[in-house]
Design a protein. Structure first.
Length: 603
């Protein structure tokens, strides 16, 4: 094997939207259009990165496999209704196809903690390819202890990686090496990960068979999604993404698999999203239930029941994937960040905030499950009653709000609306589940008082709109959920006025919206348009009888996904570059719910 030229520090960093997602419902990897895995944490989403170049620079590790001569991909796609990624390059007279996937679950098989399969095939003519395997661990980019044999084994204490290949390739960690791929003779690389357990070696041929079986499981899962769902292709891809971002050992949905991808390049708005937000997860519950996936919804409620038990009835803003407290926020010294966007953070300082809206989302998720004909287990209903009791006690307090403003707490109108929703949904569930009359009365009194205060203090008569907070004239795109709640009639003048005002005054151009007036959050710098807000606008328009406008907006938004149908959290309004952590579960859950709203408004 010949040595290939090392990637230089000056190589242009791929756009955030240039990455594709692969995963096994325990961890995930981001694969660039050059075939480089620049982000992968082990043994779980919130573990330490072994390939961290995305935000850690060239010293943080990568796993590149692709054409030796730099080339832009001519096509990228997921194999239909699977989590298997294909990248195709045209190189001279030949074509090189890279297949990337992790094996999520194949029944009856002994598998390593993570099994990553990468396969190169040439079509037409032989193609010179390159492999660069440079794993580094964690904050200090620790190099592994390396053993050679049939497989290349890298070790750091309890963590071990094993890289095997067929045909056998000879290379060293950290040194790019080239080899020839000829038609009819694919090259397969298999990376096995073990953490605290013996390393399970999987032969490349066996790994390819496992991957084929795994693809059949994904196709069977996707086949259960109603074929009459509008925009079914985008919906299925979003649901597959949400499923990949669910930590299967516990049922916890991770907000995103990344940390510190910037809300604007060069800025400081870089946060760690590798945790589970009950709010975001509850929106995902509605998305799964809307297509008949009750198992995913129940799995989330089981996790929430376990995760919240130590602080109940308080609902933490976020939790780890195993239901523990999120680590204190800190910065990684010396990490350059994506596009020089520092600091790079791990942990999240918003974890200790009081966010009233989270209770509304969770109780609404429970109600959607009940409304679909499912009974809550007694312990689950007891937890939900505790959440409703806390809202009845604390709704008059200010909170940090859905946007987790790192400033003084305020009386956010969206939070108050969601507090109302928590009490309303608890009352709805209480019609079919056991609850005392005293408790019901307490919820009803608080719900009615909340509604009266929201209408009085949260509405701007001059602008004919509900506002961001009491006494403010600023708008908040999160209030677009108003037509879905029931606190106002969807067709009322106040509801329509609110939707129209947000659409007009928070517009970022085209279908994009800012979540609130830019710069009004106490942090320096700016941010992009917030993508879930546009899908909430689709729902709001559909609910208020404007389906044609809603459908047009939805189609415009679909056109802004990357070539694989993936969305980040935000988008640059001028360039339409993806911004923020990627891919973002909340955006994909909002996409599914928008499509379901269009379905419900048909006819």
């Amino acid at each position: 094997m010949e040595a290939a030229q090392r990637s230089t520090e000056n190589t242009r960093q791929p756009d955030i939207g240039d990455y594709g997602l692969i995963g096994d419902t325990r961890t995930a990897a981001l694969v660039s259009g050059t075939g480089a895995i620049d982000w992968m944490c082990v043994p779980s989403f919130d573990g330490e990165p072994v390939f961290g170049r995305l935000v850690g620079g060239s010293e943080a590790g990568t796993f590149r496999l692709g054409p030796a001569t730099p080339a832009a991909p001519t096509q990228r796609r997921y194999r239909p209704e699977t989590a298997t990624l294909e990248t195709t390059w045209t190189v001279g007279e030949g074509t090189l196809v890279l297949t990337d996937a992790m094996v999520a679950e194949v029944r009856g098989q002994l598998l390593p903690a993570t099994l990553l399969v990468r396969r190169l095939m040439a079509v037409g003519q032989p193609v010179q390819a390159v492999v660069e395997f440079d794993p580094r661990l964690g904050e200090r980019h620790v190099r592994p202890r390396v053993r050679s044999g049939p497989s290349l084994v890298c070790e750091w204490g309890q963590l071990a990686l094993s890289l095997g290949s067929d045909p056998e390739l000879s290379f060293e960690t950290g040194t790019p090496a080239s080899f020839l791929v000829t038609p009819g003779h694919p090259v397969t690389l298999v990376l096995a990960v073990a953490y605290g357990e013996p390393l399970v070696h999987v032969e490349p041929d066996a790994a390819v068979e496992l991957l084929a079986a795994d693809e059949e499981l994904w196709r069977a899962w996707a086949a259960e999604i109603d074929g009459g769902t509008p925009y079914r292709g985008a919906v299925v891809r979003s649901l597959l993404t949400l499923r990949l971002l669910t930590y299967s050992p516990s049922g916890a949905p991770v907000a995103a698999p990344t940390t510190s991808l910037p809300e604007f390049p060069g800025g400081i708005r870089n946060w760690d999203y590798r945790y589970a937000w009950p709010r975001d997860a509850s929106i995902g519950v509605g998305a799964f239930l809307g297509v008949g996936k009750a198992g995913e919804a129940r799995s989330f409620l089981r996790w929430l029941l376990h995760a919240s038990r130590l602080e109940r009835p308080r609902l933490p803003a976020m939790l780890t994937l195993t239901g523990r407290h999120v680590p204190p926020e800190r910065t990684l010294a010396g990490w350059p960040g994506y596009a020089d966007s520092t600091p790079v953070r791990v942990g999240n300082g918003a974890a200790t905030q009081h966010q009233l809206d989270g209770y509304g989302w969770v109780l609404d998720g429970a109600w959607v499950l009940v409304e679909a004909g499912h009974k809550l287990y007694s312990e689950t209903w007891r937890a939900m009653r505790g959440f409703a009791d806390l809202v009845a006690r604390r709704w008059q307090e200010p909170d940090a709000g859905i946007w987790e403003i790192r400033d003084d707490a305020a009386h956010h109108v969206h939070s108050k609306m969601m507090g109302w929703l928590a009490l309303d949904r608890a009352l709805n569930i209480g019609r079919t589940h056991r609850v005392s009359q005293r408790q019901q009365q307490r919820w009803q009194v608080a719900r009615d008082a909340l509604a009266a205060e929201i209408r009085l203090r949260g509405f701007d008569p001059e602008g004919n709109t509900y506002t961001r907070s009491y006494g403010s004239t600023d708008l908040d795109a999160a209030v677009l959920i108003l037509p879905l709640l029931g606190i106002e009639e969807p067709g009322s003048e106040r509801t329509r006025g609110t939707v129209d005002a947000i659409r007009s005054k928070l517009s970022a151009g085209g279908p994009l919206l800012y979540r609130y007036p830019p710069g009004r959050d106490g942090l320096p710098g700016t941010e992009g348009a917030f993508l879930p807000c546009s899908f909430w606008l689709v729902q709001a328009l559909a609910e208020t009888g404007r389906r044609a406008e809603a459908a047009q907006l939805f189609e415009e938004m679909l056109g802004l996904a990357n070539d694989l149908g993936l969305f980040a959290e935000e988008m640059d309004p001028q360039t339409h570059a993806q911004l923020g952590n990627f891919p973002q579960a909340l955006t994909h859950a909002a996409l599914v719910q928008a499509a379901l709203a269009l379905r419900e408004s048909e006819g």
